[in-house]
Ligand binder design. Sequence first.
Ligand SMILES: [Zn+2]
Length: 261
Amino acid sequence: MLDERWIRSLHVETLREEELHAERAPHVLFQASTIGALLEGAYEGDLSFDELAEHGDLGLGTLNGLDGEMIALDGRFYRADVDGAVGEVAGGERTPFAVVTRFDPTVDLEVEGPLGHTELLARLEQLIPADATTCAVRLDGRFELIRARSVPRQSPPYRPLTEVVLEQHVFELREVEGTMLGFRFPDYVEGIEVSGYHLHFVSDDRKRGGHVLASRCAGALRARLDSANDLHVELPPGVELADPGVAAETHAAVELVERGS
Ligand SMILES: [Zn+2]
């Protein structure tokens, strides 16, 4: 079953695992399942990291059982556990939610610090090409502060994400060199994706990381951006593409889960 639709200017195509083909085209985002399904407690996906690797080399997500925050960088997959300790993910492990892209930046420049997190996002907003609906982001440099979180591994029966996230651990990394990466999605994809910025961090030594809540940098960061207008969504059995359009309930849940507000 292939479902193809245009959601405003974002072209969304859904497919099942047996229909997957390796992604060759640049500027395409590939996503396993939907944020809507994750919110409802669908924490076991059918897609392995070996399969995910065929669709992109940069991205983020989580692991089956909601076992931490996932960071994909330069084709390697990392997991930040509940305390922010990072380890590499085995190719046979599976994900219930992930977004990746074959990163091919069209913007590559330095942004000058000092920048707080809100200022940093505002700066990125100016740099993203005007016709881009979505954008993959990679920021490299030294951060004075990264405030991040991760979540504890769950076991069935699974509870909704809004409950689980109350048990998240928030931690701070200071004076750390590393990479912040992720995506900016438009508001109208809520239900399928996290709207706005969704960023994860991993340190250069690949020892610390997590889902970014806030940051601050003193000096310059190298910013690379790769805009995309195509989103391919792999749907595990039982998961359908939620009708986008911002249900107030979904919006509130995503805000709570992703931004801790
Ligand atoms: Zn995240």
